[in-house]
Design a binder for this molecule. Structure first.
Ligand SMILES: *Cc1c(COP(=O)(O)O)cnc(C)c1O
Length: 378
């Protein structure tokens, strides 16, 4: 039996043609038609200008810099997330402070965020930015989050690395904050093998980020530099993969959702195994199919499930380990933390590739049902 992975790349068909065009025309660097077309298609989808970068982490880094984050600043950020939401805050010499999840959505709690902002305002402090993470394919509850940030005049960066294709009240993830970051890492809903996209409200912000991403070279022949840049631009070859992938995004969203709902149906009669919340305010892509394990009800723990799957060569993972539990960020402030800690303790991410066959998914479901002592009845 071949190994079943958590989330693998899934090409659409046109990627090789666009990559071939890059080779045929010798646009094999960080300039070229694939980059322009990829950015244009992405910008059309988001309704905002976009710049293609080497990673989602690079997009976070440049996005925070666009918001003026620097040494001594504080940035509020979702506690339950992948570490790449937070490291770029430190790259800029600023200090992250974490905000716990709302158990109804798993996303940043709007109430705790408002409280954290008010508490700081009373001390005469104001965070430089708020990073709100859209987890596992679903948007955070943006309206109250944006309202609280507006009240305190704090800009929002959306970490939409996991949420390309998701919507909030009919608009796409990434179209709400001052800036937003996306990832095309190999495990995301679409991939360029590695890559990212930064979108912003204003064209000049995106132009600035593009300038920084190519070493901040001043115009002219001499190598003059007024500003410090980075080598963060995506290559025209990889942008060709991105073009092809973006063409099949809608299909990938449908497939990922179908995987999640097949699991849900497959476990419908099992007490204590529940799909992560599907908030009514938008479309959840279910980039990963995440479930909460109630050990007492299911009769088996989250870690026992992961072990049972591993024994059959199936990859499953815990939900993200919250930032306040990371030794790297032990010294940072955190509003709450019990909700994200509980989600980490009980949450499991199951194989969720858009290419996952129904037969392979049946295998996963069978292993879990057997581990829970419910093999019969199917
Ligand atoms: C994947 C991911 C990133 C980083 O993206 P890369 O392209 O891997 O650098 C950032 N934030 C979150 C929440 C992610 O899941």
């Amino acid at each position: 039996m071949p190994r079943i992975y958590l989330s693998v790349p899934h090409m659409g068909g046109n990627e090789e043609r666009y990559v071939g065009e890059a080779f045929a025309s010798n646009w094999l660097s960080t300039v070229g038609p694939n980059l322009e077309a990829f950015e244009r298609a992405f910008a059309d989808r988001l309704g905002r200008p976009a710049v293609a970068l080497g990673s989602g982490t690079a997009a976070m880094h440049l996005g925070l810099r666009l918001l003026g984050v620097g040494p001594g600043d504080e940035v509020l950020v979702s506690d339950l997330t992948f570490v790449a939401s937070v490291n770029p805050i430190r790259y800029l010499g600023a200090t992250p402070a974490f905000v716990d999840s709302d158990p109804e959505t798993w996303m940043m709690s709007p109430a705790l965020l408002a409280e954290a902002l008010e508490e700081r305002a009373r001390r005469g402090q104001r965070p430089k930015a708020v990073v709100v993470v859209h987890l596992y394919g679903q948007c955070a509850d943006l309206d109250p989050i944006l309202a609280a940030c507006r009240r305190h005049d704090v800009p929002v960066l959306e970490d939409a690395a996991e949420a390309l294709g998701a919507t909030y009240k009919g608009r796409p993830a990434g179209a709400f904050g001052a800036v937003a970051a996306f990832s095309f890492n190999g495990n995301k809903i679409i991939t360029t093998t590695g890559g990212g996209m930064l979108v912003a409200e204003r064209q000049e912000q995106v132009d600035r980020a593009r300038f920084w991403s190519t070493q901040a070279r001043e115009p002219g022949l001499a190598y003059s530099h007024l500003d410090m840049g980075y080598n963060y631009r995506l290559s025209n070859v990889l942008a060709g993969i991105g073009r092809g992938q973006l063409e099949v995004l809608e299909e990938r969203v449908r497939q990922r959702r179908a995987v999640a709902f097949r699991y849900r149906d497959g476990f419908a009669d099992l007490p204590g195994l529940t799909l992560m919340p599907q908030a009514p305010y938008g479309l959840h892509t279910n980039w990963l199919s995440c479930f909460l394990v109630d050990r007492a009800a299911l009769g088996v723990s989250r870690d026992q499930l992961i072990a049972a799957l591993a024994a059959e060569d199936v990859e499953a993972r815990p939900v993200w380990k919250p930032m306040h539990l990371q030794p790297l960020y032990r010294d940072c402030a955190c509003s709450g933390g019990a909700v994200s800690a509980g989600l980490f303790e009980r949450g499991i991410c199951l194989p969720s590739s858009s290419s996952l066959s129904e037969a392979d998914q049946e295998r996963v479901i069978r292993i879990i049902r057997a581990a829970a002592g419910r093999a019969k009845g199917r």
